[in-house]
Write a protein that binds this ligand. Sequence first.
Ligand SMILES: Nc1ncnc2c1ncn2[C@@H]1O[C@H](COP(=O)(O)OP(=O)(O)OP(=O)(O)O)[C@@H](O)[C@H]1O
Ligand SMILES: [Mg+2]
Length: 337
Amino acid sequence: MAERTVKIGLSLGADICWPICYETLLSDLKLDVRHGGERLKFVSERVTIEPFNLQQPVSYEVVIDRLTHWYSTSREWIKKGILLDDLYVYNNPWSLQSNEKHTSYAAMMRLGLPVPETWMMPPKAYDESEDLQETLRQYARMFSLEDIGNELGYPFFMKPYHGGGWKGVSKIDNLDEFQRAYDGSGKEVMNLQAAVLPHDWFVRCVGLGPQMRKINYDPAAPLHDRYRTDIDFLGAEDTSVLEDMTVTINSFFGWDFNSCEALRRDGIWHPIDFANACPDSQVTSLHYHFPWLIKQSAMVDFLRRHGSSDAQESELGSLLCHCRQGYLAARETGGLR
Ligand SMILES: Nc1ncnc2c1ncn2[C@@H]1O[C@H](COP(=O)(O)OP(=O)(O)OP(=O)(O)O)[C@@H](O)[C@H]1O
Ligand SMILES: [Mg+2]
């Protein structure tokens, strides 16, 4: 039986713990999987940032992206790899670039998820350009923060439309705070979103392929203590709502790895942030949940290669469909337990 080594590329940023644990786990597992008439071994390698020829072949079959969302050279290298070399990447930049947080709100409203009322504001300031003043003079309408605040109702949250990492997020309780926060927002385009307050649960449902982990989250706790260690703290009904919501979102956008943040008020789960290109994977945040994440990452890579035969696919539902096929195939061949 022919033997082949599958190379997994790790496109990394400042993550320290995640890659070390992932590499160690993968190497200690010494995977030796019989599949499709081949014996497969797996190795990982860190992807470097350097000039590249578009025709230069890619030696990886899967790339795990922990960086490219923010670094355009790596992101474009990955995109060309998907187009030219049948590279499989999660999360696929193609599925993210046009789907900022704001777009994800709109899409999930359309599907009927109870996303809180959300507005978009024109920015307070613009980059100067030759036609800026003329464009604004002709088309930009004056508006009243007071009217918008009253219509949306206090409190609400103001946050960048493509945001992440809690950057530029503020809770607004009155007109003065609204004025100050808007004036300070500069060139950022902001969403305003009705606050789901008070709520009795705040859960981050981390989805990696078909694997889900519901984590009780306390945003008021210090950074290391936000992800609580409760297990099985939700009833069957709540669990199924959160899992369905996360699967729906990830399937819709073709995201393999995402964290869906939802708040429960009066028995209804409101998703408030679910466009997380590189969900937090630091041991310092996830601590107790970290081993789960590393294990699932290794598994999804395997499923991806053996559940999906060809290049990256992003059609609705393909994620689940292929992961499930892969999972069944892996169970049959004894590759995964
Ligand atoms: N509609 C809302 N109702 C209640 N709380 C909210 C709402 N929107 C945001 N928040 C609070 O603000 C925090 C940050 O908001 P959000 O998650 O949208 O921004 P972010 O930049 O993605 O932050 P992070 O990287 O921590 O997820 C949330 O964890 C939550 O505590
Ligand atoms: Mg968030």
